[in-house]
Structures are given as C-alpha cells and as structure tokens.
Design a protein around this ligand. Structure first.
Ligand SMILES: Nc1nc2c(c(=O)[nH]1)N[C@H]1C(S)=C(S)[C@@H](COP(=O)(O)O)O[C@H]1N2
Ligand SMILES: [Mo]
Length: 555
C-alpha cells in the first residue's frame, strides 16, 4: 500500500517535470506554446454549452480558476495513476504519460496562430518526463527490493542469502552467526531496518524525488510567471490601436520598388526584418507600466508614460536601419515605416545644459547606446521615439512598446529597443554598451551597396539578366550605383526613385549575359560625392567596407 503511494507520487513528480520543462522551453519558443493554458483553452473550446454553463453557475466568475483547478486535479490523478500503473506493470505508466502529452501537443498546435514549433516545449517536456518517471521508478524498485531482502533476512537470519545478481548485498548482509539487526516492531507489526542497503536506496529514492519535485516547482513556477508576463504583453500589444500620425509619411513615390524577383522589397515586412540584440530573453514590457525618463544634464527631468507619448503629435517616416556588424553583402539591414515622436522635441522640453554632447539611452535590460546630442537635436532628421513599425505597434522583438530610430547611425549607437531612459551626458563621462567591447563611440553608417540578384554562385541561363540590389547612404542619400562585370568598365545602374535620403534605394542593370563564368561587383556613390572604396574592412570597429562582389556562371 505504502509502495503504491510512492509509485503514484513518482507519477506526479514526473508530470511536474513535464510541465516545468515545457514552460522552460516555451520561454524560448514563445509563451503561446506553453501546454498548460493551451490545454485549458482546448477544454473551454470543446466543452458542450451545458457544461460551460454548469461550471459558470457552480463557480461563478471564478470559472477560469475553477477550470484550471479541475484540470490540475485531473492531471494529478492521471499522473498518480500513471505512476502506480508503471510500478505494477511497466510501461503502462509511460504510455499514459505519452498519451497525455500527445493531447497537450494537439492542444498547443491547434491554437490560433500556432505552428509546428509550438509542439517543441511539450515534446521536450514529455521526453524529460518519461526519463524522469523511469529514473524514479528504478530507484523505487531498488529500494523496495532491498527492503524486502532485508525483511526476509530479519525474519530468518540464517536463511538469508544475497539477492541474485547484486554484488552489494553480500557485503552488507549479516554474516552467519552474528545476530541480524532486529528493530523494534512498529505498531502495525512490521519491522523496518533503517540501516544497510535498504536505507541507502531509500535515501537515494527520496533524494531523487525531492530534488526533482523542488527543481520542477522552482523552474516551472519561474518560467510560468515569465510566460504569463509575455502573454500579458502580447495581449496588450494586440489590443493596442495606435493613433494616426499628425504628420503622416508621404505616400510611397511611384517607382521606389522595381518589383524584381529576389530583390529586397523597398519596405521590409516586420517578420523579415533583421533582429540584433543582446537579449537572451526578449524583454516583455507592459505599456501600462512603461515610462521613459530623461535624466542627467538637463534643466527639467522628464518622465513620460506610454499614454502621454501616444497623446503627443506623432510623425511617421521611412528609415533604413543598419547593423554595424553587417558584412559586405550581408543582410543586417532593413527599411521600415516608423511612427513616433521626435526625440528633439522631448529634448527641447528637458533642456540639455551646456557641455552635454551625448544621450546615453538605456533599455529595460541594461543595453545602452551613446548617441551624439546634436544628431538627436538635428532639425533636418526625424530621430524618433518610435511606437509603430509598418503601421503596427512595434513587434516585441523590435522593441515594444518604444524604441529609438535615428536616421544615419548604426543601430548600436542609436536604435535602443525597449528604451526606458535617456540620460543627457558627455562622451567623456559615458560609453554605450559596445564601445568598451571594441566598437567606436561614433557610428555613422557607411555608404554601401549590395547585389541581391543574381545570387552568389548562381547558375543562370544566357540572355538578359537583371542585376539588381540596394544601396544606402542614410541621411546623405544615394546619387549613383555602378556595376562592374569581369573587371571591365563601371556601368551606371538604373536607380529606383528614392523615398528619402534616410532610406536605401533599389537599383538595376539589365545585363546581356554571355555564357561562361563571370564576376560582378557593385559600388555606390552618395550625395556627398563619396564613392565606396574597394578596400576590404571587417565590421569591427566601425563598419565594413569593400565592394560586394559575386561570381555566377551563365550557360
Ligand atoms: N535594447 C537593445 N536595443 C538594441 C540592441 C540591443 O542589443 N539591445 N541592439 C542594437 C543594434 S546593434 C541594432 S543593429 C539594432 C537592431 O534593431 P532590430 O533588431 O530591430 O533590427 O538594435 C539596436 N538596439
Ligand atoms: Mo547592430
């Protein structure tokens, strides 16, 4: 009987490890992939109307809590049963555990917006749970075996013999002639020996149980709280309706997008936008509690809430963000329509004091960027405290609810996501996150260009082939793009219409491709008259240089 209870408890502990590991993995896969609430929602969806009303009338408005409690009880009972059955007849319990997990996988993957990877947390949880159940049961069996052996010996010391196949037994079994340890009988008449191999196995089993249960409780609860936080933020984001811009962006001029296959679209969808940050966990900021402070060398310290920010006259503009780590030809660049409030207007309210030359912006997770104050105050460019990207609230991984967007500077010195503080200071006194790590304090974007199509190593059919790509020189503007084939003369590419100097520009050159192997290079010239150098420089410390060059073969 007592063993039955222990066996049932192994099932419950194994189930706890399933849930805890699933929650942990869901932290990385996405809060909506946590099986706990997915199963709850599935139950709600599947419940016949009568049942729904019954639970609501039984539990009143607490019906969600009631549902989760019932679900918890069902899982606990199922798990206990699995543990008990596994003990009676291997692997019945394991099968039950797998079936329960399969139901959870079904629940998770059929949720709205779920994809294949939504199943990952539950599947990982199931695997951990199966291993755990088997480990616990093995320990339980060993303990029981030793205890039975010891009991048998205690009952008839002379007849006691080591259990077959176990080496341990013989050393610890009482030697012939010595009296066996005979403990006082317990009230129920049994005698239990608390020393020797049985006690050792018992202790091992209990240690496993306690450690597994405690670890599951701590990890599971911690991860659940974080996942719940993420779910709250996702819900807040979904519910958010951004105000229209007081100064909307002009409609995209015709001809900004050449519409060539494999050429990057002139506006990058948020889902395809490159993502760079130091955040292991995407910060989950609730807009209701978000605020930004402007501190440091200012006459007026300012604190602004999200609602305050949305109430200000917002502007909209296209800006192409670029990462300093972008290699020549790399894809750490994207162009989006940003909605936000000009940082210079906030700074004007804060009134920086004399001598200040930098704004150190800080994110909720401690990342910092040092931006020249004069760039943020520049009336010719809209450096924004952005709340919207391509007409939607910022995606969480792109800085929800608020980030900075500064035309002309690499992201590491300007584009702080999840921004919560702007400290007006000096370059002498402060440094952004990447500066002590080998990157320059100032990070203007270098004029650059990239071939999008054809692809490096491409094999093409002879004929007229568009060579096309993008070129950028943010806040300066792209004046021209030239293409060189097989080291020949530089040929002027056709430029798409520019959105503005702050955005990249598409270009194309129609090429009459003769068969053979060819090398194609590109270089841009900006409105300042600078033409890209052929000198190859790596990204560190202040951005890569060199011509993007590809090889193709034409048949
Ligand atoms: N909080 C925070 N903001 C950050 C970073 C970061 O690591 N943490 N990285 C910066 C860098 S290096 C770049 S290139 C841009 C990238 O922005 P994106 O991920 O929206 O494309 O974000 C910037 N803002
Ligand atoms: Mo970056």
């Amino acid at each position: 009987m007592r063993r039955g209870i222990w066996a049932a408890l192994t099932g419950i502990v194994a189930a706890a490890t399933v849930l805890a590991s699933a929650e942990l993995v869901a932290l990385f896969v996405g809060a909506e992939s946590s099986p706990l609430f997915a199963v709850g929602s599935l139950v709600i969806d599947l419940a016949p109307p009568g049942v729904k009303e019954l639970t609501i009338s039984l539990f009143g408005t607490g019906d969600k809590a009631a549902l989760l409690t019932i679900l918890g009880v069902v899982v606990a009972v199922g798990a206990a049963l699995a543990g008990w059955l596994e003990y009676r007849r291997r692997p019945v319990g394991t099968v039950i555990l797998v079936v329960f997990s399969a139901i959870a996988v079904l629940a998770v993957t059929t949720r709205q917006g779920a994809s294949g990877i939504s199943a990952v947390p539950t599947v990982v949880g199931m695997l951990v749970g199966v291993v755990m159940l088997n480990a616990l049961q093995t320990r339980l069996r060993r303990w029981v075996q030793r205890e039975d052996g010891a009991r048998a010996r205690a009952a008839s010391p002379v007849a006691s013999a080591p259990l077959a196949g176990s080496g341990l037994e013989s050393d610890l079994a009482p030697e012939a002639g010595t009296p066996a340890l005979t403990p006082a009988p317990r009230p129920d008449g049994t005698r239990v020996i608390r020393t020797g191999p049985a006690a050792l196995e018992r202790r091992q089993f209990l240690t496993w149980m306690i450690v597994a249960a405690a670890a599951s409780a701590i990890v599971g609860a911690g991860a659940r709280v974080m996942n719940a936080g993420a779910a709250v933020v996702t819900a807040a984001r979904n519910a958010l309706v951004l105000p229209a811009a007081s100064t909307p962006a002009a409609a995209l001029p015709a001809g900004t997008d050449l519409g060539i296959t494999n050429l990057s679209p002139v506006v990058t969808p948020a889902a395809d936008f490159y993502r760079i940050d130091t955040a292991l966990q995407v910060p989950q900021l609730n807009p209701d509690t978000w605020s930004l402070t402007i501190t440091g060398m200012v006459e007026n310290e300012i604190e602004i809430s999200f609602a305050d920010l949305l109430a200000l006259p917002l502007v909209e503009n296209y800006t192409t963000l670029t990462c300093v780590s972008n290699e020549v030809g790399g894809d750490l660049i994207g162009n989006a329509l940003w909605l936000g409030y000009p940082i210079r207007d906030l700074l004007a309210r804060a009134k920086p004091t004399a001598g200040a030359d930098m704004v150190l912006s800080r994110s909720s997770d401690g990342f910092t960027a040092g931006t020249p104050l004069e760039v943020l105050q520049d009336t010719t460019r809209d450096s924004l405290l952005a709340v919207g990207m391509n007409g939607e609230p910022l995606p969480v991984e792109h800085g929800f609810p608020v980030r900075m967007v500064v035309p002309g500077l690499y992201g590491y010195v300007s584009a702080t996501k999840w921004v919560v503080e702007m400290k007006v200071t000096t370059f002498a006194a402060d440094m952004g996150y990447w500066t002590p790590r080998g990157w320059t304090a100032l990070g203007p974007i270098k004029t650059s260009s990239r071939i999008d199509t054809p692809r490096q190593g491409g094999s093409l059919a002879a004929g007229t082939i568009p060579i096309a790509g993008v070129a950028w020189a943010q806040h300066t503007g792209v004046q021209g793009v030239e293409v060189q084939i097989d080291g020949g003369d530089w040929q002027q590419a056709t430029l798409a219409e520019a959105i503005s100097a702050d955005t990249w520009r598409q270009w194309v050159l129609q090429w009459d491709a003769p068969s053979g192997d060819h090398t194609i290079a590109v270089r841009a010239t900006d409105d300042g008259g600078y033409t890209q150098t052929s000198d190859q420089a790596p990204p560190a410390p202040d951005g890569s240089t060199g011509w993007h060059t590809i090889k193709v073969s034409v048949n």
